[in-house]
Design a protein around this ligand. Structure first.
Ligand SMILES: NCc1[nH]cc(CCC(=O)O)c1CC(=O)O
Length: 311
């Protein structure tokens, strides 16, 4: 019997969250086209970012660490699409690749996880808080200058073990990731958007493919979510206007309401002492321009000295 060929090869990182996201993309493709599971082949690929566990990713080479191996696989045809967490995607893509498709966004908020405190304000004086995110570290330091913020990486299981072992008293994870792993129950509290702005792209799954790949574009068209795409265009333009290197703690969140887009963003020094916020509003169609201008505005507000002398 002739072996049936997959219609589309879906590349993903091999981590549990990445696999869950790839399955979500596949489920949406199956539903949109009335195709069976075997039409889509999920191809897990281990990336450099997955193997570095001992230092901040910003030190080890930044966001490209999670994407390079997937992009090589796109170039040589081992995969047709790469499913990513938008948050992990650099603002600039390698030549010949595009990131035009976004699935409907999950909850964008951060969750606080602790076995001993109900909220960040409730943590005892001077305890340790673990996070690898420069944004979360800085925002925590702003709220609680007394707390000892330490570098903290690893998957959900290893983080929980460190909480149990008392290595840290609290940590934070994106609620979206926990939901996708069916682990929302481990969240102790959900951080409010007004005091704890998420990372640009948080909670959104994006799909990268080869430019002008007509077959892929046809298959992906029905699973793209327009509102998420507009919000992400704004947030990624804000990020791009500020920093490609991911060494600046940056937060940004856009919401679409009909034809309108509302955006809030901030930059903050790693020690949490200086924070510049920006709000912007406009037509959703002009999402990228709004984000770009907000980035330029907040950069001007902060002044050049803000970006100097951290390292
Ligand atoms: N950098 C790791 C990463 N990339 C995306 C998510 C969460 C899921 C999402 O934001 O879509 C996470 C983990 C976390 O921040 O908790």
């Amino acid at each position: 019997m002739k072996k049936r060929q997959a219609v589309l090869k879906i590349g993903t990182r091999a981590s549990p969250l990445a696999m869950a996201q790839a399955h979500e993309a596949r489920d949406r493709l199956m539903a949109a086209h009335g195709l069976e599971e075997h039409s889509f082949q999920i191809v897990p690929i281990t990336t450099t970012g997955d193997t570095i566990q001992d230092r901040p990713l910003s030190e080890a080479g930044g966001k490209g660490l999670f994407t390079r191996e997937l992009e090589d696989a796109l170039y040589d045809g081992r995969i047709d699409i790469a499913v990513h967490s938008s948050k992990d995607m650099p603002t600039e893509l390698p030549p010949g690749l595009v990131l035009p498709v976004f699935l409907p966004r999950e909850d964008v908020r951060d969750s606080f996880i602790s076995l001993s405190a109900l909220s960040i304000m409730d943590l005892p004086q001077g305890v340790k808080f673990g996070s690898s995110s420069l944004r979360r570290q800085a925002l925590i330091r702003r709220m609680r200058p007394d707390i000892d913020v330490v570098m903290f990486r690893g998957n959900v299981q290893s983080r929980l073990r460190k909480l149990e072992d008392g290595v840290v008293s609290g940590t934070m994870l994106a609620l979206a990731g926990l939901r996708r792993l069916k682990m929302e129950h481990i969240a102790t509290a959900i951080m409010p958007l007004d005091s704890f702005l998420p990372a640009p792209g948080q909670g959104a799954i994006s799909i990268e493919h080869r430019e002008n790949d007509e077959k892929v574009m046809r298959l992906l068209a029905p699973i793209h979510d327009e509102e998420t795409g507009q919000a992400l265009a704004c947030e990624r333009a804000f990020l791009g206007a500020l920093d490609g290197s991911c060494r600046t703690p940056i937060a940004g969140h856009a919401v679409i309401e009909g034809e309108r887009l509302r955006f809030r963003g901030l930059i903050i020094t790693p020690d949490g002492t200086i924070c510049h916020e920006i709000g912007a509003e406009g037509r959703a169609e002009e999402a990228a321009a709004i984000g770009l201008k907000a980035g330029a505005d907040v950069r001007e507000k902060a002044g050049t000295q803000f970006f100097e002398g951290w390292f």
